[in-house]
Design a protein. Structure first.
Ligand code: SF4
Length: 217
């Protein structure tokens, strides 16, 4: 699929928790010239990682798979690898360790991603209390004072919900700013709509209500 997309002139990106990313898969992704790879490491202890991702995730496997990937990649340019850590209640004191791991393994970019919990997700209130502490809220507030550049995500992606609703970024978990629906119209037509163009511009300029607490760059 990666090769096919490349042949059609499309850029390719995979986001993974790295649990199944063994040597064979790493080699295949590199040989197929994947453009971007996001590997998620949401903590640096087994406890914080499994509290957030569930019991199936194993810290040592994730770390070892990332090390294997970076060894195989060596000096090759592709894929551009981002180590992403979703900031939450459990990993606040471990962010530096995750960053150091990224530096040690020559990862291209380390990114602390803001946590979002869709209001329509099951047990919303419970999850909010568990993952989003007062301490994290305060940290978010002080981060809001930092002026961020425009957001590039709407240039890199488009999000489609299970109902076919199209949004300009994957953080619009409730499809608040849906710009069309793939079950009723084509993506080509959606791109031409005023609604899409305006929402896209507002997203780039961080002017949507969903952008208020977002640190993505
Ligand atoms: S700043 Fe806005 S458009 Fe950009 S990723 Fe965050 S929510 Fe999406």
């Amino acid at each position: 699929m990666i090769k096919y997309a490349n042949e059609k002139g499309l850029s390719t990106m995979i986001s993974t928790n790295a649990m199944l990313m063994d040597e064979k898969i790493c080699k295949e992704m590199i040989e197929a010239e994947l453009d971007y790879l996001i590997v998620c490491l949401d903590g640096f202890s087994q406890k914080s990682l499994e509290s957030f991702r569930g019991k199936g995730i194993k810290l040592e496997t994730v770390k070892s798979n990332i090390e294997i990937l970076m060894k195989i990649k060596g000096k090759k340019k592709k894929p551009f690898v981002t180590l992403q850590c979703i900031e939450n209640n459990y990993n606040l004191s471990e962010l530096k360790q995750v960053e150091n791991f990224a530096i040690k393994n020559n990862i291209n970019k380390f990114h602390v991603k803001s946590l979002y919990i869709g209001t329509k997700s099951g047990n919303y209130e419970k999850k909010l209390g568990e993952f989003f502490s007062e301490k994290l809220k305060k940290k978010r507030k002080s981060n809001m004072k930092i002026k961020l550049k425009s957001c590039v995500l709407p240039k890199q992606q488009i999000a489609v919900t299970y109902l076919g609703d199209v949004c300009i970024c994957c953080l619009d978990l409730n499809a608040t700013y849906k710009v069309g629906n793939l079950l009723k119209e084509s993506l080509r037509d959606i791109y031409k709509k005023k609604e899409y163009i305006n929402t896209y511009k507002n997203g780039l300029n961080r002017k949507l209500s969903i952008c208020i607490n977002c640190k993505n760059d």
